[in-house]
Structure formats: structure tokens, C-alpha cells
Design a protein around this ligand. Sequence first.
Ligand code: FAQ
Length: 320
Amino acid sequence: MSHSENELAELGAAFDANVAQEKKIEPKDWMPEAYRKTLVRQISQHAHSEIIGMQPEGNWISRAPTLRRKVGLLAKVQDEAGHGLYLYSAAETLGTSRDQMDADLLSGKAKYSSIFNYPTPTWADIGAIGWLIDGAAITNQIPICRCSYGPYARAMIRICKEESFHQRQGFEMMNTLCRGTAEQKRMAQDALNRWWWPSVMMFGPPDGASQHSDQNMAWRIKRFSNDELRQRYIDMTVRQADFLGLDIPDTDLKWNEESGHYDIGEIDWDEFWKVVKGDGPCNRQRLAHRTKAHDDGAWVREAAVAYSDKQRAKQRQHAA
Ligand code: FAQ
């Protein structure tokens, strides 16, 4: 339905007032097109990250060192699939389709988190992903539980509960390695050395270079800037590394009495943008794997559609 200029101004003012009063915006409410568009962008990127994020860990399911570790890892990877599904559903409420989101991911048009383009050569990487990547994910995502868009905020509540459990199990895994043999401790340190900087980059470009932050903070999609969340993660994680007896791979890291935060060295933003633009260590492998899984799953989608068509035909017969 098209609106006159006056009507649009009134709808816009009512929308702004609802956001300011912390009322949730729901799928049938009027919303500015740019709000809808940025939410589809962020939520679908988030969903794709969960789905692609299954790959680095999935790599270790068949090689987990004990039955207990295998069960834990299987459950974690399944949780990530679930997160992807709630998030795709949340994005669908904004008028996009799952087919469109899949097509955008597979064509390389839609982004997913840079972090999942790094390899997992050792078992310690699985501990590091839980500890660092889930740790960074919950730091970023807890504020999204208060996002102005209702379906995204509600999906995030459950996701955050599961991610914090993932973070605990990753930390416990690192703690076991750090209290084990010298070789296990060396593996844990090596994993931290490789994952530290990519995890710091996960929060996105620095505030001056973030395109979407200002508007999305005004719309209460985001509550804190990329740098604020990054600092929160650094302060939390440096102390945890200390507890584990591991060294953060940054010779410039130091406590700043004045700010009450840790200062870190220079972030390699060239590396970040290279990975975001598709040229990281595993970008091609991740997309090729996802494309094959999508193609292999075509018969499941066809069967599901055929089944639902049959059910609908039955219901129509009953109703007649
Ligand atoms: N990777 O203007 P901003 C997880 C892009 S889930 C790739 O600052 P924004 C669970 C950005 O899209 C991890 N691209 O953007 C798990 C934009 O490009 P566009 C995912 C990035 O949206 C754990 C451009 O740069 N979490 O880990 C990245 O305001 C373990 C300019 O940036 C979420 O998605 C990046 N790191 O802020 C699974 C949380 N950063 O779209 C398995 C929700 C930025 O205009 C194992 N998302 N870009 O083409 C967010 O909070 C935000 O979208 C940010 C980026 C903070 C990621």
C-alpha cells in the first residue's frame, strides 16, 4: 500500500516514538524501508555465520579425543544449525525468503563472519573456538537481546543462553589442555596465537570506519559500537588467559590505569578486509563445501515441498 507524504511522516514519527520508548517493532508494524533492509542484511549475515561456522568445528567431530568430547562437540554444532534456523526465520518475517538468502550466500553477495575463514588444524582449535569465538559472539549478542525488532531480540535470548554454555565448555577444554602435558599446553598456546587477532577483528571495523553503526544505534538495533564491544571482550579475555597461564600474542598489550582498560597493539585491518572480501585462508573452501551441501540437500527440500503439498491437498479434501 502506498502512503501520502503526510501519512508517511506520521508513520515515521510513530515508529521513532515506539523505538524511543523501547517498544518492540513487530513484523506487521510499519517500518522505514532502510530499517527493514539493514535488519535483513544483519540477521541474514548472522544466520549465514552460524551455518558456515559449523564447518571449522565439524572438521573435528570424527576425531574428538574422547566420547565425552565428541558428544559435547556434536551438540554444539547442532546448536549452531538451530541458531541459523531461528535467525533465517526471523529474517523471513521481514519479507525476504530462505531461497533468496541461500542464493545470496552461495553467490558470495551476502557476507558471513570473517572468523570462520580460518583453519582448525589441531584439537586445541576446538577449545579456542568455544572460549574465544563464542566469548566474542556473546559479548556482541547479549545487547542484541534488547534489539528494537521483536523477532530478532527473542531469537537472541535463546541463542545467547546456548552460546554462553559453548563458551564455558571451550574454556573448560582449554583449562584441561593447560593443566595437561607440556605438549598439550603448547597446543593451547599455539591455538590462542592463531585465533586471538581474528577474534578481535570479529567485532567489525573501528568506529570511524563502521558504515552502519550510527544509524543502527539510533534505531536500537545495535546498543554499543564495534570498538566498545571489542574493548569489553579484550578486558574479559585477557584475565581469562592469565588464569589459564597463556600469553596473549601482543607485545603492546598493557593495562591502562587511566582508562581502566587494556590497550592493545595495532589491528591488521588489511587482513580483516581481505578476509571479508573473500580472500582469507579458507573462504573458497567454506563456500565450496556449503554449495555442495546445498546441492546434495536438494532432494530433501523437494521431498518436504511434495509432503506439504500432499498435506494441504488432504486438508482441502476434508474441508470440502
Ligand atoms: N565479518 O558498518 P559495519 C557466531 C561488514 S555468530 C564479515 O560496522 P555492522 C556464533 C559488515 O557486514 C558471528 N563482515 O557493520 C558461532 C558491513 O558490510 P555490509 C556473527 C563484517 O553490521 C560461534 C561492513 O563490514 N555474529 O560467532 C564483519 O554495523 C562459534 C561494515 O561494517 C553476528 O553476525 C565481520 N566480522 O556491524 C558459530 C552478530 N564485521 O553488510 C560457530 C550480529 C563487519 O554493508 C562457532 N551482527 N563486517 O556489506 C552484528 O552485530 C554486526 O553486523 C557486526 C558488524 C558487528 C558484525
